[in-house]
Design a protein around this ligand. Structure first.
Ligand code: ATP
Ligand code: MG
Length: 244
């Protein structure tokens, strides 16, 4: 039984088709890469999955329940966690407070499963290599550090399904490696991850399967290496090669 199923999701905004007949299934414990050119609908699909946008057609099943009409907070309570393409960090709060506030917002059972929240805060800051900055305001961090704080906070939050929108954008290679390690650790715990990334080597390294979107439609799915070598990906993602 898949943990998540998308059934013919379409979204039209003001006569503009943004998603068209998107269907795929995600098994529990799978790490799926979602790739495609700028504007192909990847972030929009995450908005539909987390409930910020309602599809014009189609439905979503999560943990055997039809969640299509559920508001974002209800989906979050069901264990769907998200890292935004742009930040969700409170700049006036310290790093510790930023992590704690997110943990405290977790629904009861999920929060209980985390154990001592102070320990989770410590582990989160350690994951982001920001322990030395724990008492500083988040607004003083660099863009990449803020990104790391946000990723670590989401990854340590005890969710079941993670939606990661370009988690390594603006993050240095060493830390990208660390993010990959954190995702692999989640996979070992049986967690499910959907990840949008433009970094194909990163995607190949951590994903079981890749879904390629182009102009709001799924044009290809398969194992990362097969997708990377395919002619379709070359056409939609890299464009025509000017040297040939
Ligand atoms: N609320 C909205 N109203 C109107 N158009 C929208 C809305 N949200 C997204 N779009 C349009 O939908 C298309 C897909 O946008 P989306 O942000 O999903 O792309 P993306 O694949 O995430 O791109 P990128 O790789 O650049 O992040 C774009 O043409 C965008 O302008
Ligand atoms: Mg996007």
């Amino acid at each position: 039984m898949p943990i998540l199923s998308l059934h013919s999701i379409s979204l039209t905004i003001q006569n503009h088709t943004i998603l068209q007949d998107v269907s795929f299934e995600v098994e529990e414990g799978e790490v799926i890469g979602l790739i495609g050119p700028n504007g192909s609908g990847k972030t929009t699909l995450f908005n539909v999955l987390s409930g910020f946008l309602q599809p014009t057609q189609g439905s979503i099943t999560y943990k055997e329940q039809d969640i299509t009409g559920f508001i974002p907070s209800r989906r979050a309570q069901m264990g769907i966690g998200r890292v935004f393409q742009h930040f969700g960090i409170f700049r006036e709060m310290t790093l510790e407070e930023n992590v704690l506030v997110a943990l405290e917002a977790m629904p009861g059972e999920q929060r209980k499963s985390l154990g001592d929240l102070r320990e989770v805060v410590k582990a989160t800051l350690a994951m982001a290599t920001l322990t030395d900055h724990a008492k500083e305001k988040a607004g003083s961090l660099s863009g990449g550090q803020m990104r790391l704080l946000e990723i670590s906070r989401t990854l340590k939050s005890g969710n079941d399904l993670f939606l990661l929108d370009e988690p390594t954008a603006g993050v240095s290679p060493k830390m990208t490696h660390q993010v990959a390690g954190a995702i692999e650790a989640l996979k070992k715990e049986g967690k499910t991850v959907l990840i949008i990334e433009h970094d194909l080597p990163f995607i190949s390294k951590i994903c079981d399967r890749v879904v390629v979107l182009d102009v709001g439609q799924v044009v290809l799915t398969g194992a990362p290496d097969n997708v990377r070598q395919s002619k379709e990906l070359q056409e939609v993602y890299f464009g025509a090669d000017p040297t040939t």
